[in-house]
Design a binder for this molecule. Structure first.
Ligand code: CTP
Length: 408
């Protein structure tokens, strides 16, 4: 998920460092938006280092990317922790005199606040009124807790612990950890390579980013994941390799991938074929490097034969209750939109979900962003997702969860 963490000027800001760390560790993309006052408690380098993204308090930085609204628009979740009495008052009134204010006004994502202040301030009718206004607008409040406050007094006003804020915030965003608890999931990712000779192959441009994001999201939502990696960007794969509940196996060619899927899918509840599988392989792979001398003419002809369609086999042999998901990367073609083509493929392939996305020379590959339409086996749209590949992954799992909750 794309999470914005607003930090305002209270001593509890030091606990928010841990909250950001937990979110990053869970694989979320976290952007911290502190107020100027917050930086008196915890400095900007700490927020940048811990979130791994640039941090500013100002609406006048990064103007080219319209940062003052871009963060709010992109967010799946906004957490304000600590939320001071002053910030709550500003939020209730809709004031937007800094980057956090504009971000909060520009977002339609769930907003979660973790108030922290002295008891008198929390109990003041003005604060109580502001909290009531925010709650009526759907803002979730976590805490404050009753306990020791700075300066030796004690009472309600202490910010909740980071773990508690995280749990409540993720549940509010509909991505409760554990909604795939115990599900056995197989995800294939990356592009296969079909050898021509010992040094050459026929490949494709898939980096595996989307498939890896799907595997990581599943593991973080509680599933036991087997990630079958064909040729992928190794840096991206590294993000999945240390994670609990993820086992990685490798497959080079379409035939190896077919074997790996057959071995792993038998007891899986969900199989996602995100890999870009070569439709054809070279009929006779040469043990010797092909040379121009041997070709003896101005060109050569490679004889290609069709590979088995792994997805079609999965659909055919599917056990009762097993969910099969496919992908279709399409380009528009004469008289047919990408969605038209996707609909036909959805019906032809019969997968429970076919995720259709448009690709082109400069679209869809190696990019951070993806846009997909999710179709069922009748070609009906059952979901749409756009954003980072992680956001697309979460939307896909939401669709899987809906099928698991209401099997046909
Ligand atoms: N797929 C597969 N085995 C193959 C080819 C594709 O399992 N031999 C899977 C892919 O992993 C993907 C889906 O099928 O999930 C769609 O792949 P795509 O190449 O778009 O489908 P094709 O049936 O090959 O259609 P086209 O003729 O458009 O290439």
């Amino acid at each position: 998920m794309f999470v914005v963490v607003g930090v305002t000027g209270g001593i509890a800001a030091y606990k928010t460092v841990h909250l950001v760390r937990l979110l990053v560790k869970e694989g979320h993309e976290v952007h911290v938006v502190p107020t100027d006052d917050a930086l008196r408690f915890v400095g900007l380098p700490t927020w940048e280092a811990i979130s791994r993204h640039p941090v500013t308090t100002s609406v006048h930085d990064d103007v080219a990317r319209v940062r003052h609204v871009a963060l709010g628009q992109a967010a799946d979740l906004v957490i304000v922790a600590p939320a001071t009495a002053n910030t709550l008052a500003k939020m209730a009134t809709g004031l937007a005199d800094d980057l956090l204010g504009t971000t909060l006004l520009a977002t339609t994502a769930p907003v979660v606040v973790a108030p922290a202040m002295h008891t008198e301030m929390w109990n003041h009718p003005a604060t109580a009124h502001n909290i009531a206004t925010l709650r009526a607008r759907g803002v979730l409040t976590v805490g404050p807790e009753d306990g020791a406050l700075t300066g030796g007094d004690s009472g309600p006003g202490r910010m909740s612990e980071p773990e508690q804020i995280l749990e409540a915030a993720l549940a509010q965003a509909g991505h409760a950890r554990g909604d795939l608890d115990g599900a056995r999931v197989v995800v294939s990712a990356g592009g296969t390579r079909e050898p021509i000779d010992p040094v050459r192959f026929i490949g494709n441009r898939s980096s595996g980013r989307q498939g890896i994001a799907i595997a990581v999201a599943a593991a973080q939502r509680g599933a036991e994941v087997v990630l079958i990696a064909a040729h992928v960007d190794e840096g991206v794969l590294a993000e999945a390799s240390g994670l609990p509940r993820v086992r990685i196996t490798r497959a080079g060619t379409a035939a190896e991938l077919a074997d790996a899927v057959a071995a792993e899918a038998a007891d899986a509840q969900v199989v996602v074929m995100a890999a870009a599988v070569a439709d054809y392989r070279v009929a006779e792979v040469s043990d010797a490097k092909l040379s121009k001398d041997a070709a003896g003419g101005p060109g050569i002809t490679l004889h290609l034969i069709e590979n088995d369609d792994i997805l079609a086999g999965l659909v055919r042999d599917r056990r009762a209750g097993q969910i099969v998901v496919g992908f279709a990367a399409e380009t528009p073609q004469a008289g047919q939109t990408v969605l038209d083509r996707g609909r036909r493929k959805a019906v032809r392939k019969g997968a429970d979900i076919l995720a259709v996305n448009e690709v082109g020379w400069a679209q869809g590959f190696e990019a951070e962003r993806n846009d997909v339409t999710l179709l069922d086996a009748h070609g009906e749209v059952v979901g749409e997702a756009g954003g980072t590949k992680r956001q697309v992954a979460d939307a896909l799992w939401d669709a899987v969860r809906r099928i698991r909750a209401n099997p046909e």
